[in-house]
Design a protein around this ligand. Structure first.
Ligand code: PSV
Ligand code: MN
Length: 407
């Protein structure tokens, strides 16, 4: 990218009333966590295609994640999933992460892959199963404390497949009881992120089906509980940016799992098919970040834990993660270019087309000169995809062979 292209971009943005230095700083501050499980083998219920070079243990997962951070400069933490990332010595995993320039991010309990959880975990009618699940949640809080992670991220496969199968209200109360036990174990500076999903693997009902249920649960538990929005977990017509704005206003938006809902869940690259939707979500976040009249909303927005929740089944995993980070940055950068004062004026005048145009204009800006300048300034690769391709790392790890870790 030539200096000329950047100078032209800056001039155009200044003319639109945008403070480009401020925008650059905002982009530099945006960090997106990668999921350890996204580096392992994964698939659909029809087939897991094993890839050559997949990490064989959690330590190697961190080595691959470090490549994503090395080239993007924007993904310094990695979420772990227990027991997929169970190790004897969590301090050793933490030191290994740190030696690679990473930290351990959200700790994700797994209460969906044990035979005991066939009919649910914290909503199971059997108190012994509920206790087993709760003990695992507590174990994960303790692991988070040990690795100095400040977030435990919760998703439950709990639900039913047939009418009459279980008592909805009893399950709701059991869930609250178990989560309260876990909540009470959190330190004051920790938070629990509650994720919802409206179907799968249960298909008649899920116990945390939507943002409203997660929000209600978070409210009942206390201020350390917040809602996590997984972009793949909504019906096709849901207006996710509205949900995001609502949760920001309620100061309960804790985090994101980015992916694409074309698959309905966690497997496709964020914004691969719906960049406009991710842009509109980011626009709500930027508007809250900049809201001087509601400091609570801007604090909440500044505190969002951005994470990818993607498993790449047919494409190589490391560059797929890099692509995902670039997509998120690209759409956040565009969102930063919305002239918020002009938007407010258009909204006050109730000028529908003007307001829509203000938002559209930012979306249609080419932000590549801006992102290249930011990457240069933070010492990341100017073209991270190309730099990774040319680094030889993808070839080097092939010696690991096939049959690495899988979820
Ligand atoms: C469930 O579909 C989910 O989105 C949760 O976040 C899990 O922890 C993750 O996927 C596992 O792949
Ligand atoms: Mn998720």
């Amino acid at each position: 990218m030539s200096d000329k292209q950047y100078a032209l971009f800056e001039e155009q943005q200044r003319a639109r009333g945008i403070d480009i230095e401020k925008v650059k700083n905002k982009i530099k501050q945006l960090k997106v966590e990668t999921p350890s499980w996204g580096f392992g083998d994964s698939g659909t219920r029809f087939k897991v295609f094993e890839q050559e070079g997949v990490p064989r243990d959690p330590f190697e997962k961190f080595e691959d994640a470090a490549q994503v951070h090395k080239f993007t400069g924007s993904s310094p933490s990695v979420a772990i999933h227990i027991p997929w990332d169970k190790v004897d010595d969590y301090k050793a995993l933490k030191s290994h992460a740190e030696s690679l320039g990473l930290s351990i991010g959200a700790v994700n309990p797994n209460v969906f892959q044990d035979d005991d959880y066939k009919f649910g975990s914290i909503t199971n009618a059997d108190p012994a199963v509920r206790k087993k699940a709760t003990d695992h949640l507590l174990e994960c809080v303790d692991i988070a404390k040990e690795v100095e992670s400040k977030a435990v991220s919760l998703w439950f496969a709990d639900g039913t497949n047939y009418p009459g199968q279980a008592d909805f209200r009893k399950r709701k109360n059991w869930m609250q009881e178990c989560l309260q036990t876990m909540y009470n174990r959190l330190d004051d500076d920790m938070r629990m992120l509650i994720e919802y999903k409206f179907f799968e693997p249960a298909f008649y009902h899920t116990d945390l089906a939507d943002w409203g249920m997660a929000f209600n649960m978070a409210n009942k538990l206390g201020s350390k509980a917040e809602v996590l929005v997984d972009t793949g977990h909504h019906p096709q017509a849901a207006n996710i940016e509205h949900i995001v704005a609502y949760l920001l206003d309620e100061k309960r938006l804790g985090g994101f799992h980015f992916n694409s809902r074309k698959y309905a869940d966690d497997d496709l690259i964020v914004a691969a098919h719906n960049p406009h939707e991710i842009f509109l979500i980011m626009q709500q976040i930027v508007a809250a970040e900049e809201d001087k009249e509601d400091p609570g909303a801007s604090r909440t927005a500044a505190n969002i834990a951005y994470m990818l929740d993607q498993c790449h089944n047919i494409e190589p995993k490391i560059p797929a993660m890099i692509r995902s980070i670039l997509n998120v940055q690209n759409l956040y950068a565009k969102a930063c270019l919305v002239n918020l004062e002009e938007l407010r004026e258009a909204q006050e005048k109730q000028d529908v087309l003007w307001a829509e145009e203000v938002v559209r204009e930012a979306y249609e800006c080419d932000v590549s000169p801006l992102l290249k300048a930011v990457r240069e300034e933070i010492g990341a690769a100017v073209d991270p995809m190309k730099a990774y391709r040319e680094s030889g790392y993808g070839e080097k790890i092939l010696s690991r062979g096939k049959g690495g870790a899988s979820w």
